[in-house]
Design a protein around this ligand. Sequence first.
Ligand code: ZN
Length: 217
Amino acid sequence: MPQSFEQIRNIYCVGRNYALHAKELGNEIPDEPMIFSKPTHSLHPAEGKLLLPGGVGEIHYEIEVVIRIASTYQQGASIEHCIDGIALGIDWTLRDLQTKLKEKRHPWLTAKGFIGSAVVTDFQPFTGIDSFERIEFSLIRNGQIVQAGSPKDMIFSVQQLIDFIGPRLGLGEGDIIFTGTPAGVGAIADGDSLELKLNVKNEGLGQTFGPLLIEMK
Ligand code: ZN
């Protein structure tokens, strides 16, 4: 496991933070952030082989920007003080199981928090909210772009997410937040190869992470 993973503590995730994605799953746009979490056992690097469960219905990819928290949350602290790293991640979802659990009004932890369900790339330094908003990210499946987005389209900004999570659930050094997925989520298949692309507009060459090779058993 990469060094940086050992420092990760709480894994928070934001649901429905891009309007077009909320729509594609037939959900309403939330009026406050929708937060869930994953166990740290769900962490997996964004390269090499990823074993996903087979025979459980559709498994959807959700590419997201991940932020890393630098220090204990303090109300009014600047965003540059709160965040020290950014990465890309995939919030894997057992979609059919999640639908079943939602229908039963049960927690969806087993559909979102299973082993390997939190793929995270290496972290890059956070260089301020300005360049954060210029991030363009995409997921490439077998050579084709299937999802693309930018944090400027988030319903709740990073500042709003931190101010929502911090006082309620706590935020401290080593916590990470999956900030939500743009439209275009879809089902993965055994043998697929994925790459995650990160680019900051007007800031030179982008970076590509992967390949991540999917094996379903
Ligand atoms: Zn997600």
